[in-house]
Design a protein around this ligand. Sequence first.
Ligand code: IMP
Ligand code: MG
Length: 183
Amino acid sequence: METVSVMIPEEDLLARVRAMASQITEDYAGKELKLVCILKGSVFFTTELAKRINLPIRLDFMSVSSYGDETESSGRVRIVKDLDESIRGQHVIVVEDIVDSGRTLAFLLEMLKSRQPESLRLCTLLDKPSRRVTDVKVDYTGFEIPDEFVVGFGLDYAQRYRALPFIGKLSITNEESEEKRSK
Ligand code: IMP
Ligand code: MG
């Protein structure tokens, strides 16, 4: 059985998003900004963030999947959907839902850097620093969380739970053992 318990309520998420947007507005004052949303998980975070940044914003979307076995992303990334427009000469922020091992992002950031943006930064809603195996630098972090599997606000488990308005901790319990326990 799967159960989801609230880890970060909606009010806390939106308050933090507002603060991040203010910081970005300040840091990029007088500039135009391109937000690169990494599909699908970052869609909810990107739109909430973009609405609160008080600068001219362009949005673009990219979808990637990492090669490797089921348990470990190898860091070799396949581009499923590339950006629609060039980022050359632009101020770019990559918007992610969560940085885990950091393998996917390390590869992605190198690739985007080779396209010669004026500047390139990384913004993530969630960070699990204890899981990091690369030295990918995060410029804007919403929340650092412990090594738990989380869903909601864009994050999924087998494509489900993305539309939950909060970040929840997913627990999977074995029904057989549940049954035994209740006997
Ligand atoms: P990594 O940093 O290359 O290991 O991969 C990060 C990706 O793994 C994220 O973009 C998510 O799609 C996925 N991921 C990692 N941790 C979680 C989690 O707790 N819930 C849902 N997806 C996760
Ligand atoms: Mg993702």
